[in-house]
Design a protein around this ligand. Structure first.
Ligand code: ATP
Ligand code: MG
Length: 641
């Protein structure tokens, strides 16, 4: 079975400053001396106006923690100003528009000036420290400026992904009481225009407290204008000074609020604080991507997700990195676009999601082989379990067995990567996120909530605080205690299941809610899905459990074929046999349900909670659908049923 194969650290990383021994030694030290460890990182990686009085204090059980108490700093200063002495003219953002003819290069000096102008403009509109500002923008550099301008003046940003509907936008604006919105006339993705301003107008009909709407002109489309409330980005910024003193913030002052993807239910407004979050994203970016001066880095996420916050904005910029920012989608104008961008900008580090990898794999190798990709050194993935099949494809076809696959597990709530390989230190195992990052102590609990020692499978929890842990669910601290700190007192409950092997490597088996219990066997959805997509005819699979008279639960699998493949009874039999040989006969799907596409969140994750209901024959009460990317997928599934 492919899962058991280990891949040693690639030759090119053998001399890395972070070796396996070094990792083990540092990891041990970080757990034994967390305050000394994080204190020294805080000194080395961040610039402070005032040092902290204590590294960590608080009550983890109640989620009342504080890191670097007494310290003062500003996140925008750390991401911009401190680089100006040495790298004012270094490119910070290489922007590639929806079509390849649109290119921009922005230096650190330019970011500085633009952020200051916008920050001054926001102040002139009466936006103050502590105010919440909603950012509903396409993937343009101005979205980054908007986030950093908020951070500069101490306003709390709440970025809402530009693919969300007016309804979802309204809910998020109301939930955290935003008083200003920064948006654009339109967004452009894959040739389609998204009416962001029109959506904003629609949302704001029910948001009386929003008094300012800043509109960035992306396409110049005609839009409605509300005098007294709307102001163009240009008008707001052109006459402003390009100097804006950063607000001196306390370590625990909130930096932003971000709503989770909504894969499992109603999104939660996760609040992160300034110092701990910035430190953890800065350090993880440096270590996990083995970032060196001059490397070109590209994270394919949207700034509307935590991956975009931590690893497009704060982590890379705080490290003074150069990065690519892509406005569009991986398939536009065709499925070679990602690899063409890699070649054009000589990208060394690429970070994307399994949903994109699986979709690109389904298109075949031809698009990949058209390009060189010789610049690539590291390939990362995040967001869902990556099936060993997709892992292998990424490793072999894309990276040509030269680039380590960084399968990083983390969550909106954790702020940064928690379980992840380090390029120079970790031998790889397909489907495994491998080992915890420095200072992170994961554990696996059994049904009774006892810690499993050694190899085993159960609930993934984290023991003890780390700098970028969630501070609260905005406006509802009880919800955070109930959701994350109550199931297993003393632990942070991740909601995910995991397996640990004999080497201490972690594999994420899927959401705990999705664990299927077939005749006493507890199965993670991810492993059955991985077995199904091993078959060359299957592009993607989603598995749910349905009640079964005898077995307790049985396996119901939705399957999406590769382009041009038809699902026949023979093929179904082959798939069933494949699951039996990979996992065991008990895991054979009771039903294999072909469908052209799976319902996904707007961040690209499979929504099993909807599929579970469909599999049980429910049609009406499908739960919160606001985070669903493409409603026609559900319509199709309902029509079939
Ligand atoms: P919600 O909490 O609203 O249901 P969500 O959990 O999808 O949404 P995020 O915080 O964006 O929102 O996603 C975190 C989740 O993504 C993790 O809990 C895990 O289930 C999954 N995940 C992230 N990275 C990985 C990975 N490398 N391997 C497996 N699963 C991953
Ligand atoms: Mg979650």
């Amino acid at each position: 079975m492919t899962q058991t194969t280990n891949y040693p650290v690639p030759e090119s990383f053998k001399d890395s400053w972070m070796s396996e021994e070094k990792y083990q030694e540092l990891y041990r030290y970080s757990l034994e001396n967390p305050e000394a460890f994080w204190g020294s990182k805080a000194e080395r990686y961040l610039d402070w106006y005032r040092p902290w009085d204590s590294v960590y204090e608080g009550d983890f059980k109640k989620c009342e923690v504080s890191w670097f108490k007494g310290g003062k700093l500003n996140a925008s200063f750390n991401c911009i100003d401190r680089h100006l002495e040495n790298r004012a003219d270094q490119v910070a953002i290489i922007w590639e528009g929806d079509t390849p003819d649109l290119q921009r290069k922005i230096t650190y000096q330019e970011i500085h000036d633009e952020v200051c102008k916008l920050a001054n403009g926001l102040k002139a509109q009466g936006v103050n420290k502590g105010d919440r500002v909603c950012i509903y923008m396409p993937m343009v550099p101005e979205a980054v400026y908007a986030m950093l301008a908020c951070a500069r003046i101490g306003a709390v940003h709440s970025v809402v992904f530009g693919g969300f509907s007016p309804h979802s936008l309204r809910d998020r604006i109301l939930d955290c009481g935003c008083r200003a919105v920064i948006t654009a006339d339109e967004g452009v993705r894959g040739g389609k225009h998204i009416p962001l301003k029109q959506n904003t107008d629609e949302a704001l009909k029910e948001c009386p407290d929003v008094t300012t709407v800043v509109v960035y002109e992306r396409t110049g489309a005609e839009i409605e204008w509300r005098e007294g409330r709307d102001i163009s980005y240009k008008a707001l910024t052109t006459s402003q000074s390009s100097i804006c003193e950063p607000e001196v913030m306390e370590s625990e002052d909130p930096l932003f609020i971000l709503y989770t993807s909504g894969s499992t239910g109603k999104p939660k407004g996760v609040l992160h604080s300034t110092a701990g979050y910035l430190l953890y994203t800065t350090v993880t970016f440096h270590y996990v991507f083995d970032y060196h001066e001059g490397d070109i880095y590209w994270c394919g996420a949207d700034v509307g997700w935590i991956t975009g916050h931590s690893y497009i904005v704060y982590g890379p910029l705080s490290n003074g990195a150069t990065m690519v920012m892509h406005e569009g989608v991986p398939f536009w104008p065709d499925a070679a676009r990602i690899w063409e961008i890699v070649d054009r900008h000589q990208v060394n580090i690429l970070y994307t999601a399994p949903t994109a990898i699986r979709a690109l794999m389904a298109k075949g190798d031809e698009y990949v082989k058209r390009t060189s990709r010789a610049s690539l050194k590291i390939l990362g993935t995040v967001g869902e379990p990556i099936n060993p099949e997709a892992w292998q494809w990424y490793y072999r076809s894309v990276g040509e067995e030269r680039c380590p696959i960084i399968d990083s597990w983390w969550q909106t709530e954790t702020g940064g990567m928690m379980i992840t390989p380090l390029p120079g230190a970790t031998a790889l195992k397909p489907g495994f996120a491998t080992l915890p990052f420095l200072g992170i102590r994961p554990a696996i609990l059994d049904h009774d909530g006892n810690e499993i020692v050694g190899p085993g499978q159960g609930s993934l929890v984290i023991t003890g605080s780390w700098p970028s842990q969630i501070r609260t669910v905005y406006g509802n601290h009880q919800r955070i205690v109930d959701t994350y700190f109550s199931q297993h007192p003393g632990y942070y409950f991740t909601g995910d299941g995991a397996r640990r092997d004999e080497n201490g490597y972690y594999q994420i088996t899927g959401r705990m809610d999705d664990v299927i219990n077939v005749a006493g066997h507890r199965l993670g959805t991810a492993e059955i899905e991985s077995a199904l997509v091993l078959h060359e005819a299957i592009a993607e699979a989603a598995v749910v459990g349905v009640p079964h008279r005898v077995k307790g639960e049985s396996v119901y699998a939705f399957i999406t074929p590769m382009d041009g493949v038809e699902i026949t009874d023979d093929l179904k039999q082959e798939l069933s046999n494949l699951v039996a040989s990979e996992i065991g006969s008990f895991a054979r799907p009771e039903i294999l349900h072909p469908c052209p596409a799976l319902p996904k969140t707007r961040s690209g994750k499979i929504m099993r909670r909807i599929l579970r209901k469909l599999a049980q024959g429910e049609r009406d009460n499908l739960g919160d659908l606001s985070t669903l990317a493409d409603p026609t997928v559900i319509k199709h599934l309902l029509d079939q049923a």
